[in-house]
Design a protein around this ligand. Sequence first.
Ligand code: CMP
Length: 144
Amino acid sequence: AYEETLALIKPDAVKAGHTGKIIEAVIAAPFTICAIKKTMLNRAMAERFYAVHREKPFFDDLVQFMSSGPIYAMVLGGESALLRWRELMGATNFEEAAEGTLRKRFATSLGRNAVHGSDSLENACTEIAIFFSRQEVLPCDIPS
Ligand code: CMP
């Protein structure tokens, strides 16, 4: 089925200059980029985005890192977009990520893992709403 998922290019990958290569991989996959923006999370926004991890030992590091520099937020659309984006990202732990995946190519540690993807359609909905209004999300590249 057609799905939409939230993808982030994290501060480590933006800082290292990998944005273009990641967007190329997104387009080649292919996904429809339904929305895209460069933005920066402040602490409060990062805490809200990662609210499900509030009790984790790495929560403070995660919030600090994710608010440390500019990121790109994208809504990716397409057939089975949620799982396909997770496959393109590779495993959360880059040491376990498959050859050719974005995390294999660009991650440098467990936390600094270059990209984010929603883990369920329900979370995708919540996460997309954190970054984009309804009218900013255009599922088709060519208007009919
Ligand atoms: P992501 O899937 O975007 O959302 C949760 C993030 O927590 C995950 O990416 C990792 O980058 C990060 N994370 C998970 N485990 C650890 C850890 N042990 N130390 C630091 N960050 C972690």
